[in-house]
Design a protein around this ligand. Structure first.
Ligand code: GLU
Length: 312
């Protein structure tokens, strides 16, 4: 067993309640629980329900984990109940002169010439230095279309890095990221930072598709005076064309696999094999076997392909 022992710290799983979890999301959530248990952290759960919500999905996701023997140590934090905290964080950044309104549409951003050395998709800075007169007329233009400006963080495009347990140093350009979207929804990069700090999360384990977001989240945490968490980005589960697993790939959710005859033990046997720990020790049958056997220093960083079983 590896990892630093943490007294009072916590890890978390933060799925979006947009539907049933597939086997890849479940693997990430189980690893988060395993890591928390191995390192003496509490295991917390967050419902990221500001966007793409399917009624009943949050409860059903928790039920799947309960079925697998995983119950969070506290009542889940629900993002839709926390808008006052997000607004307060933006007010703190604004007081430091770090927030500006952005009137750009997606199309405006795609068509603007990109800043030198900025990666594709980085905000080109169009609204960063507008004068008050220009802002007034841009605001009126949006209002006429029933839109409001987005709020962006003033970063002046800087490099920031984090250290990940599996990936080592991850460096990325932090562009002027969105804090509140034009539709009024608080942006993922802000809410994740505010909530992880509020819950005392001191190590974040999640899928490695989010590794490139970690430097900007760490930078934002620093601006807000929040302590920096540790990071563990684990490999994803892909379909056989190398894309992220999705509903259209067939039987990929827990419910579908169970109805095709998979038992809870089969789920853990697949976890063991897909993480490359088969042939090491005995067959995993439950989450405690996983806690005993996962070695984060020996974990592959390459993705796994899941080929769904074919139904009768
Ligand atoms: N809600 C995000 C997702 O379901 C995860 C966010 C995170 O772990 O930081 O992909």
């Amino acid at each position: 067993m590896t990892g630093t022992h943490s007294v009072g710290g916590a890890g978390r799983f933060a799925p979006s309640p947009s539907g049933d979890l597939h086997i890849g999301n479940i693997r990430t959530g189980l690893l988060s629980y395993v890591r928390a248990r191995q390192t003496g952290r509490r295991f917390l759960w967050r419902v990221e329900d500001l966007d793409r919500v399917k009624t009943g999905a949050a409860d059903s996701q928790l039920e799947v984990f309960a079925d697998l023997g995983v119950v969070p140590d506290e009542r889940p934090l629900v993002q839709s109940a926390r808008t006052a905290e997000y607004s307060d964080a933006i007010a703190r950044l604004a007081a430091d002169g770090l927030v500006y309104e952005c009137y750009c549409s997606r199309k405006d951003i795609a068509q603007a010439p990109s800043a030198p050395h900025a990666p594709p998709g980085a905000y080109p800075g169009t609204c960063r230095s507008l004068g008050e007169g220009e802002r007034e007329s841009a605001r009126r233009r949006l209002e006429a279309n029933n839109r409001q400006p987005a709020l962006r963080l003033r970063t002046d495009n800087r490099e920031h890095s984090i250290t990940d347990v599996l990936l080592g140093r991850v460096e990325a350009l932090v562009d002027d990221l969105v804090l509140r979207r034009g539709d009024g929804v608080y942006a993922y990069n802000l809410t994740v930072v505010v909530d992880d700090a509020a819950s005392g999360i001191d190590e974040i384990l999640r899928g490695d598709d989010l590794a490139s977001s970690a430097p900007r989240q760490a930078y934002l945490a620093q601006l807000l005076g929040l302590s920096a968490p540790g990071w563990v980005h684990v490999p994803l589960v892909l379909n056989d064309s190398g894309q992220r697993l999705a509903k259209r790939d067939g039987a990929v959710t827990y419910q579908q696999l169970r109805s095709l005859g998979w038992s809870v033990e089969d789920v853990f046997a697949w976890m063991q094999q897909s993480l490359g720990f088969d042939g090491i020790g005995s067959r995993w049958r439950c989450v405690d076997d996983m806690i005993r056997s996962v070695d984060f220093t020996g974990m592959p960083t390459a993705p796994t392909v899941f080929v769904p079983p074919v139904g009768a």
